[in-house]
Ligand binder design. Structure first.
Ligand code: HEC
Length: 447
């Protein structure tokens, strides 16, 4: 992620000259760093833009922020920063771990830069960002340290070269069936720069004494934060199980590393926060995470300088709740959406859309449990993904190439990860009734 200084500066100059955004002047007169903007930046940017963070520059104080003001304005106005491309105004907006700024925060930053990015009253001190150690687990402040950390086997890989894969087994160390509260996958140290994705599934011994796939544990791809399982349901990790790692590394892809070097001791860790043992018996419904193929990946062909779109359908023979949505693609995929089609009414409901998708940031969009879609048996999940192989796609390394479905970074993929709670009629009715009641209460103003 080392980019020559000159190119940052030319970008900044470009933003300054080519970009002026108008906002309601009256509402945003006299916006200053010490007054408003410093707090917005401390709360939303410094977590990555600090010494040792993953952002390319630091925004810890006015002196550090000021030279970047025009570029900050550009990235904030275009909603490229903070990096969370989830469309406003389409589908469900209540998400857990949502990094998007509020409209008024964006307007304040735009106005501040248009007014010359002033410091403001030097006697006001901006509250510093409340931050954990950058190598700390993302859920540390919420749940403390993980109950269980499962590391992959260490690997040395060259800093430049082709895609590499590693598949191997590691025991989970779980001795009685447990339910997962939260999970994060974390490449340790330099591995951050080379791990493209890491899938982990769980296997258990079958009657013949052989390990057999039990289910997906989690999925990590660059930029992913983690997953939280909603209360009351169980994503199981069985006793005596093994983790089967499938790690895909792309050296040189985003590496902050020099030609000819080796990146040593690459380890990916799974942090698991578990519910107490008795929870496994109390939780009535199971949740699982699965990869839903949108169309046959082998059919995917994207012409040079052209576009492609895939669409796929899935329905269940029992009611479910969709807890999270994480589309997956590579360098040409630029948008994805999830809809539900109700055959009985012919109505289609928009659930989520991500129009400026980028492979640098793989987010599992976790719906707030109160609004997570309840899907009756037979309703159809419609998954769509779009690909742009033209020069207009800023992530496209070569618009003159034919791109086909496959697992190398330069190939494309077409699937989405969905966390699904499997309900029965009773569970579905109960959740639907609870929501209705809540809605009525809040309409009556007593909530
Ligand atoms: C989760 C980490 C993270 C957060 C939060 C974050 N950034 Fe970034 N930012 C990055 C990374 C990584 C890059 C470089 C790669 C990229 O552009 O995606 C970057 C790049 C930038 C750039 C330079 C972009 C360019 O193209 O030259 C600016 C400006 C920026 N961020 C501003 C912000 C602002 C302002 C905020 C808060 C409102 C913010 N960022 C929040 C990680 C983050």
């Amino acid at each position: 992620m080392k980019i020559p200084k000159a190119s940052w500066l030319s970008l900044a100059a470009f933003a300054l000259l080519g970009f002026q955004t108008q906002v309601s002047a009256q509402e945003h007169e006299g916006v200053t760093y010490n007054g408003q903007v410093g707090r917005i930046i401390n709360d939303n940017c410094v977590v990555c833009h600090r010494e040792g963070g993953i952002g390319p520059m630091q925004f810890e104080n006015y002196e550090q922020v000021r030279p970047w003001a025009p570029l900050i304005q550009y990235k904030v106005a275009s909603r490229e920063m903070p990096p969370y491309a989830y469309d406003h105004g389409i589908g469900i907006q209540e998400l857990q771990g949502d990094w998007r700024l509020k409209e008024e925060e964006i307007d304040a930053i735009i106005a501040w830069v248009n007014q010359g990015a002033p410091l403001g009253d030097p006697d006001i001190e901006v509250a510093p960002a409340e931050l954990a150690d950058p190598d700390e687990w993302n859920f540390f402040s919420q749940f403390g340290s993980p109950d269980l950390v499962i590391p992959s086997v260490s690997m040395d890989i060259p800093a430049n070269g082709n895609d590499l894969w590693s598949n191997h087994y590691v025991p989970t160390g779980v001795t009685s069936e447990r339910c997962i509260k939260a999970v994060q996958v974390k490449p340790r140290g330099d591995a951050k720069a080379v791990v493209h994705h890491a899938n982990s599934s769980v296997e258990t011994l079958n009657e013949e004494g052989e390990y057999e796939r039990y289910g997906q544990l989690t999925e990590y791809a660059m930029g992913k934060w983690g997953e939280i399982v909603p209360d009351g349901v169980c994503r199981t990790i069985p006793a005596g199980s093994m983790v089967r790692w499938s790690i895909h590394m792309f050296p040189g892809g985003v590496g902050a590393t020099a030609e000819g070097q080796m990146i040593e001791d690459n380890v990916v860790e799974i942090g698991l926060w578990l519910h107490p043992e008795e929870y496994a018996e109390e939780a009535k419904y199971k949740q699982d995470l699965r990869n839903y193929r949108i169309s046959q990946q082998s059919d995917l062909v994207i012409p040079p300088n052209g576009y492609q779109m895939t669409q796929g359908f899935h329905s269940f023979d029992h009611p479910v709740r969709v807890d999270s949505f994480q589309p997956h693609g590579h360098l040409r995929m630029n948008a994805a959406s999830l809809e539900i089609f109700y055959p009985e009414t012919g109505r289609t409901e928009e659930i989520s859309q991500i129009s400026n998708w980028s492979a640098t940031w793989h987010h599992s969009h976790i719906y707030e449990p109160d609004v997570a879609p309840l899907v009756p048996a037979g309703a159809v999940l419609v998954l769509k993904q779009w690909y742009d192989n033209t020069a207009n796609n800023p992530n496209n390394p070569d618009p003159d190439m034919w791109v086909v479905g496959g697992s190398r970074t330069g190939d494309e993929m077409t699937h989405a990860w969905l966390a699904i709670t499997h309900l029965d009629d009773e569970g579905y009715e109960q959740l639907a009734a609870e929501r209705k009641e809540k809605e009525e209460r809040s309409l009556a103003g007593s909530d």
